[in-house]
Design a protein around this ligand. Structure first.
Ligand SMILES: [Zn+2]
Length: 196
């Protein structure tokens, strides 16, 4: 069995990080969302929700993981289309809009450092609200992100995506520590072999 690496956020956008929870470290397929609880843990880790926001029994929620994974696959397909310079499918927009109907949030005044802010407080009372909150990230992605800078990792065995926010948009790998370094090491080795 493959060890599941801890969550990381190399995608540059939470939607991409969500898609990246399915990955191929070392060439083997690994899914960081293996149980219902993993979905909530990931949402807390990425800063989408705070602990205690989920007001239903996640472990008892049937189909939650299947629905989240199915949506993740749709988002992966959307990223693949974007990288291939194709428009986002109308069907995908339809899925996003259908799920957003269940988005439920309340603005709340909160005083921090003597200044009032009005963040949204989410009330996740069921799977549909949880999925809607994930979907809201997708909606933000579609409206706010410059698609030219969405890329797939250059390493041939890696299936991760990232938003290239580097100054000259020359980023090639999902992470320097993982794919980049190994790639560089390979090149270094190849150079040495050639005697250069
Ligand atoms: Zn990679």
């Amino acid at each position: 069995m493959n060890t599941i690496p801890p969550f990381d956020h190399v995608g540059g956008h939470p939607l991409i990080d969500f898609v990246n929870t399915k990955m191929t470290p070392g060439g083997q397929l690994v899914d960081q969302l293996a149980r219902n609880g993993d979905v909530v843990a990931w949402m807390v880790d990425v800063g989408m929700i705070e602990e205690g926001t989920v007001l239903f029994s996640v472990s008892d929620a049937q189909d939650l993981l299947d629905e989240v994974r199915a949506f993740r696959q749709q988002m992966r397909d959307m990223l693949a289309a974007i990288v291939a310079e194709q428009p986002v499918a109308e069907e995908t927009i339809g899925v996003i809009n259908a799920q957003l109907v269940h988005w439920k949030a309340t603005p709340q005044l909160i005083k921090t450092d003597n200044v009032y802010k009005r963040p949204f407080a989410y009330k996740l009372t069921g799977s549909a609200q949880l999925l809607a909150l994930l979907t809201y990230t997708a909606a933000q992605f579609v409206t706010d992100v410059d698609f030219r800078y969405v890329k797939q990792c250059d390493k041939s065995t890696c299936i991760r995506y990232f938003l290239d926010t580097s100054r000259n948009h020359s980023r090639r790998w999902c992470s320097m520590e993982g794919c980049g370094n190994r790639n560089k090491a390979n090149k270094h080795y190849a150079r040495k072999k050639r005697g250069g």
